[in-house]
Ligand binder design. Sequence first.
Ligand code: GEK
Length: 246
Amino acid sequence: MSDSKSKRDNLFANPLGAVPGFVFDQAVVDVFPDMISRSVPGYETIISHTGELAARFVQPDTNCYDLGCSLGASTLAISHRIEGRNANVIAVDNSPAMLEKCRLILASDSTTTSIDLVNSDICNIDIYNASLVVMNFTLQFVPVEQRLGLLEKIYRGLNPGGCLIISEKLSFKPESLNSLLSELHHDFKRGQGYSNLEISQKRDSIENVLVPETLDNHIQRLRACGFQSTSPWFQCFNFCSLVAIK
Ligand code: GEK
């Protein structure tokens, strides 16, 4: 997202002693665009192609869901590509600080698409008449035992031919491969200006908060929900985006 007022992320630059678990609070909101673009390789590509996929899949008079919308980057990419279709975007996040800033960003945008902002856990919302559901880097924060139920609900709420986009950090087997992909990611972060201290404190902070799964795991679970057509369309190191078509 191009937010020129986003501050540089230096939340983990100084030694923190006991590193607290990661939360999406005001301090994170203030640096979020900088944090996510310097931490997730391919983030901008995934967001812009979310818009391209919306242009292909969103049908007139249907709903599009952006689950874990943060500051609305995916919401806006979608909204700009579906104007004139009488489709609604429903953008959901359970962080009040994120939603408050998101509301300001959307208010200053020119899109004519109708957008509802919903402050809720994505596991507790209704999904219906959907032609597109997007979870860009959100499923990884949902407790593992709730992921199947959430995906089953999404499958039920999608219209036939509807599309689910899931972007995630992945884990790999065996452990040697996991270490390689993780080190390549850390090299990327160093290239983006993060120090070794920032990288290691952030890793400690998201441990048990962001729980990655293997690509195999994601695909098996999507199949178990009923999605027969599913494939990664993007991967860079240990970050991947998948499409699943109902
Ligand atoms: C983007 N999609 O810019 N219910 C609702 N929201 C949640 C939940 C939940 N159970 N768990 C986490 N969140 C965005 C980026 S960020 C990814 C998504 C990241 C929200 C959380 O508050 C945060 O705003 C977002 O999901 C994850 O494309 O920071 O790595």
